[in-house]
Design a protein around this ligand. Structure first.
Ligand code: ADP
Ligand code: MG
Length: 475
């Protein structure tokens, strides 16, 4: 079968599961560029299609492709603007694609699962997740160390291991990496990795077919059971009961259990107390959102892994402005790389700031008057003074000059930065910022903040300076 026919078949499978408008928008003019060693490279016409497909359809495409050819083990996407043109024969015009007219029910695909032994299957572990390529900072050090400990001695002291933290902070990475490591180091090991949704399905199936006792017995053969996102077991009483027994069985046989969740065991509403108390028996570790330094280190590591060189100031800029998750951090970096490849240029602060703008990454402003009132004002006032102190120290100015009326450029800029920090970081109202600076008008403050905000998007020196002051302030 040609690559084109193969892709057509995949698209025919996907079409009934996606809204027509979305299907046409995102799959139009796509094509398979290559298929090597089980890796299917899909060409897409725009960076937007690239990001969308990668984010929302990667797994589905892989599942569908594997239904046709089980040899395929990964898919990736590449932007090829030539696919927009008429002459590229690899692409498919999905508007003309002959698809099923009856919308079939979405099939539950188990294509990315492996059957380990009779009756026990696991989701495939992604080999890209390793304990080595997980960047360690103070926010995730304990979680990483615990995983290392588990990997070197499964079923030992840290059993169960419970890892919790917010979305996109690396839980799945750590869990799968630990599973990968056990597979490599422990001979004949059976590692089962599953999400709690999957686990529910399995238990339901077991209840229907073979009975739960056999299910439990089978699990004894497993060396390590990993359940990702356990919070989704909430209110699934029957599954919890069964999991409780499976847990005990595994635990008694010194089998390693690793669990992740978006919150600590004590906050897991809808999960039986006796299960929660089981989680408490081992090691509980959290992952916090990485601070600036760790974010920067992650970006540098990802650049190195991908063999791309991006100026440090651009990486600093991304670290500074992405605050939600490592996933988002990676996403912005990928977009920056994709875009620069497309334009054959090196990413700049300017180009990255456009990407961030598209993602709506502007710092929200608090309306005047909300921040810094009453009791809060006293505390905040002290902190505002800290900003003045730090900024003047950083620029080697006297504090009087900084807040005073001197209009020389070398004083104006630091002053504007100080105003910006007090307003945006400490959330003072425009009026209160004005007061600190010799009773200046709120429009002056607004003007200063906007100016600094603009500069932060285009000027690496400003980014560096603001970062340095923020770091000194512990912001
Ligand atoms: P979670 O399961 O907590 O939602 P993931 O494990 O899926 O998060 O992480 C999201 C992405 O960020 C993954 O691609 C992962 O490899 C990456 N990631 C997260 N933390 C780190 C880290 N400390 N070092 C390297 N990559 C990381
Ligand atoms: Mg996850």
């Amino acid at each position: 079968m040609s690559l084109k026919d193969f892709w057509k078949e995949v698209l025919v499978k996907i079409e009934p599961t996606v809204k027509r408008a979305n299907f046409v928008t995102w799959f139009q003019d796509t094509g398979v560029l290559s298929m090597e060693e089980g890796k299917m490279m899909i060409g897409v016409p725009t960076p937007f299609a690239h990001d969308w497909l990668k984010k929302y359809h990667e797994k589905q495409i892989l599942d569908m492709a594997r239904e046709i050819d089980p040899q395929i083990n990964s898919v990736d996407f590449e932007v090829h603007s030539s696919l927009k043109g008429k002459d590229d024969i690899r692409k498919i015009d999905v508007k003309k694609l002959k698809t099923s007219s009856t919308k079939s029910v979405r099939k539950i695909s188990r294509a990315n699962e492996v059957m380990l032994v009779e009756g026990i299957s696991s989701k495939c572990l992604n080999p890209k997740y390793t304990l080595d390529n997980f960047i360690v900072g103070s926010e995730n050090r304990l979680a990483h160390a615990s995983c290392l400990a588990v990997a070197s001695n499964p079923g030992g002291y840290y059993n169960p291991l419970f890892v919790y933290g917010g979305v996109g902070l690396g839980k799945t990475h750590l869990l799968q990496a630990t599973g990968n490591s056990i597979l490599q180091t422990v001979e004949d090991s059976l590692v089962v990795y599953t999400t709690s949704e999957n686990f529910v399905n399995e238990i339901v199936e077991a209840i229907r077919n073979s009975g739960t006792k056999r299910f439990r017995e089978k699990y004894r053969k497993v060396s390590c059971l990993i359940i990702d996102d356990i919070q989704f077991l909430a209110n699934k009483e029957q599954t919890q009961t069964e999991f409780f027994h499976t847990f005990n069985e595994l635990y008694d046989y010194n089998k390693q259990i690793i669990i992740s969740s978006d919150r600590p065991p004590s906050s897991l509403a809808g999960i039986e107390d006796r299960l929660v108390s089981r989680f408490d028996m081992g090691m509980i570790v959290d992952i916090q959102f990485p601070g600036y330094e760790t974010r920067l280190a992650i970006l540098q590591a990802k650049c190195q892994q991908n063999g791309v060189i991006i100026p440090r100031e651009v990486l600093e800029f991304i670290s500074e402005n992405v605050h939600n998750s490592v996933r988002e951090l990676e996403g912005v970096l990928k977009q920056a790389i994709a875009q620069s490849q497309l334009e054959n240029s090196v990413p700049t602060i300017n180009s990255v700031s456009k990407i961030l703008q598209k993602l709506n990454k502007d710092i929200p402003l608090v309306t005047p008057g909300i921040a810094g009132v009453d009791e809060g004002q006293k505390i905040a006032a002290r902190v505002a003074e800290d900003v003045v102190t730090e900024v003047s120290a950083y620029y080697k100015l006297s504090q009087r000059d900084l807040i005073g009326l001197d209009r020389r450029k070398e004083v104006m800029m630091p002053r504007q930065i100080a105003m910006y920090l007090i307003r945006n970081e400490l959330r003072y109202s425009l009026e209160s910022v004005g007061e600190i600076f010799m009773g200046r008008n709120h429009t002056t403050v607004m003007h200063a903040c906007l100016k600094v905000k603009k500069l932060l998007k285009v000027d690496s020196k400003t980014v560096r300076d603001v970062n340095a002051v923020k770091r000194a302030l512990g912001l």
